[in-house]
Design a protein around this ligand. Structure first.
Ligand code: CUA
Length: 489
């Protein structure tokens, strides 16, 4: 037989046999791996759960209470009886503390620590030690207080989901030198592939490099040493170096292909979330219309993202989910994952999209975008509480939250310094110069037009890079932004 035929036949036969074995081995294991995903997807999708589930949860009524308290000008800290209540937290030391808005907090301060408020906003924080006090913080905010011995502390009330979002990310808990611990059901397979390829590469690198060094020493040129004749071929050796790599390649291919198919095929019953990316923010829109620039998802439920971009190419990347998918303008791309552990995880843009690419979705306080995986029931509570909270905000508060949630802060400051766009501070009512040499009064009309059609009257010294917000803001959101700009004296 000619060598070429012999080699080709060896590879073909080995590949066929190895593929057959691979199908036998992995079909059973992949069927097992699929089972939990199917089980999870069969569970009722949380998005369809009745809103009653949310309002029954503790602290759910909070948002509504906050709104009405603010509207009626009532104090935002209310003392309630400690009888028959289960406080959501107990504070035993006078230190800076974060508090979930609307929940009841028990202050059991040590004897002799009497607390007085620093400012009118903190009215209600008068606490005499000696007996426990139960307080409900009805409004978001920072409340300052001091003790008789001049200790100072800040009590910051935030919505419970904002506390989760502001947490330190859990990415680095667990995991190893190479990767954070996976929180996605299908990620274990791709991780295994990664480690398999890494292991093979290390093995062959040292194997080949070692052999080269060994041969260099063994067959080095020495005086009086005659070279031995080279063999023309060696059947046993050739079959070995053909069969073993072929088996490895076929297994890698089969396992990789199998995993890939699973990674790109979401279960049909997934929770769907729409993603819009732009320079420089994320907008996640949930089934009940709630929008946020951080991604909130339920645990143990498949989540499918339907993504598009307003301007350039971005990329959704959540390292613990092992999901990275480009987001393109004028078409939809998809990603899905099955979160297995509640927590707060890193979310970044992985495609260079301009000046603030690395900080896409960053907040004014410097916090980066995150994926929050909620405990069972938490996602439904988030949807209803968040919807209630955004309906109850006064215009300035609403504008201030939109300033971050819509990513205005990526380009506009509120402290007077110029960024990619002009600052919002102390501009209302002034006359600003335009690119065409004319000027315009900065009033409600000009702000409205500049939000919806930013390039209509653009200003010199700033690149025309702001995306259009036409059709993407509700009327009261535009009013909120105008009110916020007006408030920045
Ligand atoms: Cu968006 Cu990089």
């Amino acid at each position: 037989m000619r060598p070429i035929i012999r080699y080709t036949a060896t590879i073909a036969v080995t590949a066929a046999v190895a593929l057959g074995i691979a199908v036998l081995v992995f079909d059973t294991s992949s069927a097992e791996a699929q089972t939990p995903a199917t089980a999870g997807s069969a569970a009722p999708a949380p998005a369809e759960a009745p809103p009653a589930a949310g309002s029954a949860a503790p602290g759910a009524g909070s948002a509504a209470a906050a709104g009405s308290a603010a509207a009626a000008g009532k104090p935002s800290i209310v003392e309630v009886s400690c009888d028959n209540v289960t406080p959501s937290a107990t504070i035993t030391g006078f230190v800076d503390t974060e508090i979930a808005t609307g929940t009841i907090i028990k202050f059991a301060l040590p004897p002799g620590v009497d607390v007085s408020p620093d400012n009118p906003a903190a009215a209600g924080l008068e606490l005499k030690s000696g007996r426990p006090h139960c307080l409900r913080f009805d409004k978001d905010g920072t409340f300052l207080a001091h003790t008789a011995s001049n200790q100072h502390a800040a009590f910051t009330a935030r919505q419970w989901y904002d506390i989760l979002v502001n947490k330190e990310v859990d990415d680095l808990k667990g995991g190893n030198f190479w990767m954070p611990k996976a929180v996605n059901l299908t990620a274990d397979d791709s991780d295994l592939m990664y480690y398999a390829v890494l292991g093979l590469s290390i093995f062959f690198f040292f194997g080949i490099a070692g052999t080269v060094v060994y041969f260099c020493v063994k067959y080095r040129h020495r005086p009086g040493h005659k070279p031995q004749p080279s063999p023309a071929h060696n059947d046993a050796l050739e079959i070995t170096w053909t069969v073993i790599p072929t088996i490895i390649c076929v297994f890698l291919f089969y396992y990789g292909w199998n995993t890939y198919v699973r990674v790109v095929t979401p279960p049909t019953k997934a929770v769907e979330i729409n993603v819009l990316a732009w320079r420089w923010n994320w907008q996640f829109t949930h089934s009940n219309g709630v929008q946020d620039s951080d991604l909130h998802v339920p645990v143990n439920t498949p989540v499918r993202l339907v993504m598009t971009s307003k301007d350039v190419i971005h990329s959704f990347y959540a390292p613990v989910m092992r999901v990275k998918q480009d987001i393109l303008p004028r078409r939809y791309t998809y990603a899905w994952f099955f979160p297995t552990k509640p927590g707060t995880y890193r979310l970044t843009c992985a495609e260079y999209c301009g000046t603030n690419h690395s900080q896409m979705g960053i907040t004014e306080s410097g916090r980066r975008a995150v994926v929050v995986v909620h405990e069972p029931g938490g996602y439904e509570r988030y949807l209803s509480d968040k919807a209630a909270a955004s309906n109850n905000k006064d215009p300035v508060e609403l504008g201030k939250s939109l300033y971050e949630k819509k990513g205005c802060n990526a380009c506009h400051t509120t402290d007077g310094s110029a960024r990619v766009g002009p600052s919002w501070k102390s501009t209302f009512g002034t006359t600003v110069p335009l690119n065409d040499g004319t000027s315009v009064k900065m009033d409600e009309n000009y702000i409205r037009e500049s939000i919806l059609y930013p390039q209509a009257k653009s200003r010199p010294g700033f690149p025309p890079s702001m995306p259009l917000f036409e059709g993407q803001l509700k009327e009261r959101e535009i009013e909120g932004l105008i009110a916020y700009i007006k408030s920045l004296k």
